[in-house]
Write a protein that binds this ligand. Structure first.
Ligand code: AGP
Length: 605
């Protein structure tokens, strides 16, 4: 969603604001802007479009202030245009905002009734005008505090003040906000990544908290405006993969990184010498776990659905999964022997974070499987299992998906062994097979040329279907999601066994249908479903781990992945689908790393 940056310095800040906004581009946005304080005047610059446009404006008309805020906007209220771009300013105050003020219409009506005029259609401008009004009788901190009490919904705010030219105030409720520290400079930012080029010393605001920073110091306040202290974290340096290197896009770089990221993840959890998995500090005694509920959104949900098959196969634990935006509104029956696991690459997804909050309020044990260990979801969980995939910039998740699957599989193995659902021989064999996964991934990725041929079939098609059974069904969902979000083509993932209950009507001459059929207990059944599709003219692209395609000439394309262990097939079967989506997007000249309408971290509902 939107990205925020604020800098209080002893030197002009606009260049660093621009550089930080470029770091936030991965979040997806449609306009950008900044405001600095120069000689007690708020100097606002905005553009609809990329940060480069804003940079050009600054070249023509430089802003020299030592205090400033910046923003990249992903429209939630009001169309993406110049007027609605952030910051939103009066002559007294300038504000940048990430989140949604749910009662903004009501507040806007109250202000308009007092004769106050609005320029934009945004909820953020309501905040600006409320603070401006409050400033008539209060200092900046109290003005912000009184304003926040009137707001419903989520926000991360950055605010500067005309008559207080040395401070920036930040506030957080529901949308993440980080504070960074440096010599003679301090910062606020939507995430640590925005601040990475300026500091590795970071604190995080929790919901309801505010911060007031100058170039020399930072103060924190709780939801009752009581001064508090915050821990200063030193960010990990290994997340240095912040440029594309020799790759054309972050997405293909991250696909190619997968053998290494999966190896790193396995090495973090598996003791190769002792052939054991180093997961110990369970929040619930493993033998007492009755049920595990896996919760996520999008790709993260697809990893949960895949893991369901592993837990059912290897453990005696009852397993349930849910989409976070559904889970959070259900009438739930909580049980202290249930373990609630939240899967999230960013660790900031609003629905997933809200679902976690509900569990915390019901005093049940929570675990998060995340890629960003400083994230909100990680910090609010009883237990964190990082996926160690390194920063994932491409909006379409690839290496994080494999990281999520790897950690879920490792957790499942560990629980199965501790609970004696599998014997030591099986446990050690499964660990040994897992260690072969990175090399098998590498062999899949090398087979890229075959995928490029497959891509042409899709680029000209009006739609497609992805079919699978068992743990290949969530891989079909994930493959369809990748194609949709990267190439804007309609694609549907479906359980192969369900085709005859309606979707078979979609099949017509030449429609591309991906059939995912590893040699498992579903293989023969999936082949029958495939024959039903062929009989109606569907064009089959067949993905399997069969040594040879024991199938007829009606297969338009075949892609074979290595076979290690049936349970590890999902990690391999997903690779050609990632590459397929990437190549179709290239053929259709789509913005691979920043697909339209999407954001890397969905921090609004
Ligand atoms: C992934 O390709 C998608 N862009 C999207 O579905 C993503 O998985 C979803 O928004 C959840 O994000 P999270 O893992 O950061 O919570």
């Amino acid at each position: 969603m939107c990205g925020i940056i604020g800098i209080a310095s002893n030197k002009p800040v606009s260049i660093n604001i621009i550089n930080s906004l470029k770091k936030l581009e991965y979040r997806g946005y449609d306009s950008a802007g900044l405001a600095t304080l120069t000689d007690n005047t708020i100097n606002e610059k905005k553009c609809s479009g990329r940060v480069e446009e804003l940079e050009k404006i600054l070249f023509k008309t430089p802003s020299n202030g030592n205090i400033g805020i910046g923003h990249v906007r992903w429209a939630t209220h009001g169309i993406p245009n110049l007027v609605n771009a952030h910051p939103h300013s009066t002559d007294q105050v300038s504000v940048v905002h990430n989140g949604i003020i749910e009662n903004s219409d009501e507040l806007k009506k109250e202000l308009e009734a007092e004769g106050i005029l609005f320029k934009s259609q945004t909820d953020t401008e309501v905040v600006t005008l409320l603070i401006t009004e409050a400033l008539k009788k209060n200092n900046p901190l109290n003005s912000v505090f009184k304003t926040l009490k009137k707001l419903k919904g989520s926000f991360a705010l950055g605010i500067i003040f005309k008559n207080f030219s040395n401070i920036i105030i930040g506030a957080r409720r529901g949308s993440p906000l980080a504070v960074g520290y440096s010599k003679e400079e301090n910062y606020i930012g939507s995430d640590s990544y925005a601040l990475k080029s300026m500091t590795n010393k970071i604190s995080y605001l929790d919901d309801g908290e505010l911060c007031l920073l100058t170039k020399d110091e930072v103060s924190f306040y709780d939801a009752n405006l009581k001064k508090i202290n915050k821990k200063i974290l030193t960010m990990s340096e290994n997340d240095t993969s912040t440029d594309k290197g020799e790759f054309k896009h972050f997405m293909i770089k991250e696909i190619v990184e997968q053998p290494d990221t999966v190896r790193n993840c396995i090495d973090e959890y598996v003791d190769s010498l002792k052939k054991n998995i180093n997961i110990f500090n369970f929040p619930i005694e493993p033998q007492k776990i009755n049920k595990i509920i896996l919760i996520g959104c999008g790709t993260a949900y697809n990893s949960c659905l895949t893991a369901k098959y592993w837990f059912e196969e290897l453990t005696s634990i009852d397993i349930e999964i849910d989409i976070a935006s559904e889970f959070r509104y259900r009438k739930l029956k909580f049980d202290s022997n249930n373990l609630y696991i939240f899967v999230s690459q960013s660790g900031e997804t609003a629905d997933t974070a809200a679902a976690l909050d509900i569990c915390k309020k019901n005093n049940v044990k929570t675990c998060s499987i995340v890629n960003v260990i400083e994230s909100t979801i990680a910090r609010n969980s009883d237990w964190v299992l990082p996926i160690h995939a390194g920063i994932e910039i491409g909006v379409a998740s690839t290496k994080a998906f494999l990281g999520q699957l790897t950690v879920l599989y490792i957790l499942c193995l560990k629980l199965a062994f501790i609970r004696k659902d599998i014997d030591e021989k099986t446990y050690i064999k499964k660990i040994s097979n897992l260690k072969k996964l990175p090399e098998a991934i590498k062999r899949c990725i090398k087979n890229d040329s075959n995928v490029q041929l497959m891509a042409k079939e899709f680029a000209s098609a009006k739609g497609s279907m992805f079919l699978g059974r068992g743990s290949s069904f969530p891989i079909a969902l994930e493959g369809a999601l990748k194609l949709k979000e990267l190439s804007y083509l309609h694609a549907e993932g479906y359980p192969a066994g369900e085709m005859k209950h309606g979707p078979l009507a979609l099949i017509e001459e030449g429609l591309p249908v991906i059939v995912i059929a590893p040699k498992d207990k579903y293989f023969e059944k999936t082949i029958s479903n495939m024959q039903e599709v062929i009989a109606r003219g569907g064009k089959i692209l067949f993905i399997t781990d069969q040594k040879k395609e024991s199938l007829n000439e009606n297969i338009r394309f075949g892609f074979r992945v290595p076979h290690i262990d049936n349970l590890l097939s999902p990690m391999l079967l997903t690779l050609p689908l990632q590459m397929l989506a990437y190549h179709v997007a290239l053929l259709k000249n789509c913005d691979v790393d920043k697909p339209r309408n999407l954001a890397k971290s969905v921090t609004v509902e």
